[in-house]
Design a protein around this ligand. Structure first.
Ligand code: ADP
Ligand code: MG
Length: 251
């Protein structure tokens, strides 16, 4: 089933002196449970697209629907996990994870119990009283993901979620995050500049042109979905997709 539909979405930033067209005529659809990558040159509007989808700002034109309903009429259907994990150092892991509930005035016995359950399920319960600085990079990322999940969005928007981690950790954490997302049955839009990461995680990858970002092509990734992202990296065809994406981004 189709969960998200963008039709001719454009965004222009206005300042006193200038106009910057960041996105132009973006149209695509996403199916429920799909894992969609967004790649493109730096400054092409990827973060802008996620900001629009998380309702930080409306598009200048075009239409976005979630399950058929205009985005502006929906509430809490999307949740953004920003580029850095943005955990607050002065708050415990538990109080970081329940922050979204506080902001949405949904913090109560039940929702806190659900948050604690997620911490348990994903191995962070024993660390709930610790400060983020006491966690490993991978655990921080898991905490940030759980914070995003507790508000029960349908669509997760991940903006270069692994870019702060070193290579080895990034691959492990991507596997970890992928498995949590699949268990929680979420739909994902993942912005990344790491092509191998995109191929290993995604069902399809949207390639944007340089600014103003338009859709250059959409590539379906047909690699055994029962494998973990790490295993998919060793699949036949992986290198082929890499070349294809590389070439699309070159010209
Ligand atoms: P990406 O995430 O793909 O690197 P962004 O979405 O951050 O790109 O930015 C797209 C373009 O819009 C860039 O040229 C950037 O300089 C510009 N831009 C981003 N935010 C603003 C803003 N608040 N005001 C004006 N221009 C902006
Ligand atoms: Mg960005």
């Amino acid at each position: 089933m189709e969960i998200l539909k963008l039709s001719n979405v454009s965004l222009t930033y206005h300042s006193i002196k200038s106009e910057t067209v960041a996105l132009k005529d973006i149209s695509f659809t996403v199916k429920d449970g799909e894992f969609v990558g967004i790649v493109g040159p730096s400054g092409c509007g990827k973060t802008t697209l996620l900001a629009i989808l998380s309702k930080i700002m409306p598009p200048s034109s075009g239409e976005i629907r979630i399950k058929g309903l205009p985005l502006e009429q929906t509430s809490n259907k999307t949740a953004l996990m920003p580029q850095r994990d943005q955990l607050f150092e002065w708050r415990s892991v538990e109080r970081n994870v329940t922050l979204g509930l506080e902001l949405q005035r949904k913090k109560n016995k039940n929702t806190v119990a659900e948050a604690l359950n997620l911490l348990k399920k994903y191995g962070l319960y024993d660390f709930r009283k610790k400060k983020p600085s006491e966690l490993s990079g991978g655990m921080r990322q898991r905490a940030a993901l759980i914070r995003t999940l507790v508000t029960k969005p349908d669509i997760l928007l991940l903006d270069e979620p692994f870019s702060a981690l070193d290579y080895q950790t990034r691959i492990k954490v991507a596997d970890d995050v992928y498995s949590i997302i699949k268990q929680e049955k979420k739909t994902v839009l993942l912005v990344t500049h790491d092509l191998a990461e995109a191929i290993s995680l995604c069902d399809k990858i949207i390639v944007l042109t340089k600014r103003p970002g338009r859709i250059k092509t959409i590539i379906d990734i047909d690699i055994d979905k029962s494998k973990s992202p790490l295993k998919r990296r060793e699949s036949n065809g992986f290198a082929c997709y890499f070349d294809k994406l590389w070439n699309e981004l070159e010209d």
